[in-house]
Ligand binder design. Sequence first.
Ligand code: ADP
Ligand code: MG
Length: 546
Amino acid sequence: MSTYGIDLGTTYSCIARLDSNGNPEVIRNNEDDSNMVASVVFFENENNVVVGQAAKENIETDGDRVVQFVKREIGKHDNRTYEFDGKTYTPVEISALILTRLKNLVEAQGNTIEDVVITVPAYFGLEERSATKQAGELAGLHVLSLINEPTAAALSYCARQFQEDRTILVYDLGGGTFDVTLVKMSMTRNEQGKDVQKINVLATGGDDRLGGKDWDDKLFEYILNACCEENGLTPQDIEAETRQDIRSKVEEVKRKLSKKQSAKVRIDVSGSRTEITVKRTDFENMTADKVAQTMNFVESTLQKVPGVEVDTVLLVGGSTYMPMIQNAVEARFPGKVQQHDPDQAVAKGAAIYASMLVVEEGAITEGDTSASGETSSDTTAHAEQLTAKFAVEDQTPRSFGPGVMDTKGSKHKYVLENFIKIGEKMPAVFSKTYYPLEDNQERVRLRAFENMSTEDTLIPSVDEDGNPQATDPANAVKLLGELVVNLPPETARNTPIKVTFKVDASGVHVEAVNTKTNEVFETFLRTESDIDVDNSAVHQLRISAD
Ligand code: ADP
Ligand code: MG
């Protein structure tokens, strides 16, 4: 089966599939002797772009030709770009390069890759999601769906041990981000009368600037200071090459300290070899405040769901290999902590989900045989077993609705009516009927917004001309796009126009129907940073009929 799950991470990415026994397995990156591909891109010259560990090794020496942490930029409103050798790259294009590298791992084994599921953080809004999907398509992949990272981790955990209703706290400490998610697993009966396991996201929290890199930075400082002490120097005396040397060794020292009580590192300081020993206890002392920060986010996330009882804590992300993390979480949740391949769980869960979707869609081509000699029907049978067990129910990551005119009262007010609220079960659908503002109105410009509010209506902040602003920091209101509906000539102002919003894992679909002519206007609203915001009232819809 050519179906794969991809964890497109901030610092490391990973690709997995189901093996012939239906067990998820990660595709090895032989070149880097790893299960991961570092999410780092080095633009060596106009003919050569390097992705992975080799790119990472250029961070210190050619930092201005290296792109890392691109996941923090994808789908953001300010649309950052990168320029190398006269070519401009968007975050979507950089992400596509990382995805292409993952795709190549599969192809290097003689297998084909078509359908994929890509994971995204649970807090990603629509623009980040559609940009991630676009990156997949640009890499020549067919993106079946996106799935939230903690949901994928929970799925991979459940595939291991099938259990009754439980609340799982996913503690995901990666390289550059920390995500806490409360996930509810529950048994339910589906339409065919089969018991299925449902996975719901209850709450999310965390910090997208807190991760393994902060532990690396502390270690870097410590080793740098130790080099100074050994050689009677001050940090200002340390040359750039020495700093590079330390920088490229800290991650390895950190990994060693996850296994051993102390680690040695040799650094060249002004031509003399200096050996530094780092004790685990010292490393733990210098980073204790970071651990405490993660635990504060755990508490604040728990507070979002009053009375919640956590049954299991899943440790996810490469940084949870550090014993200090395991100990801190265990101290808070004694006997409840589980850790299974923390750096692969997300990709494996995505692989499980991808095969579930293919079974549902019946999209498997007969006779597709992979290089491992396994036929698609073998894996199909396993995937069918999985579908029998799971139903993934994700929730809307934001609230969504159109901007319309409230004509009640003496002054017209432009309001945002939330059709679908944050946390609703996906796919979510909602319709409402509006009316043109004027008789003979030629067109309607229907704007779609996303926001973080749970109110029914919001007043988007307005500029000096009374035009609503695309963003409103308090409720994170974002303009997603707009739909232009041309009305037939002589349309009366009481003509009902039915507006429907549908939100699923791949985005928001907006439809407007002129119920008089039955003409349907439909659009999939994409990231569009530059929509010409024409607010002339004559183009609006109003809430109530006369
Ligand atoms: P992402 O943030 O991209 O999702 P991962 O979950 O793979 O990334 O986590 C990457 C982070 O985990 C890096 O900071 C890496 O140094 C760290 N890491 C990986 N293995 C270990 C280990 N054995 N001990 C300590 N840190 C580790
Ligand atoms: Mg991750």
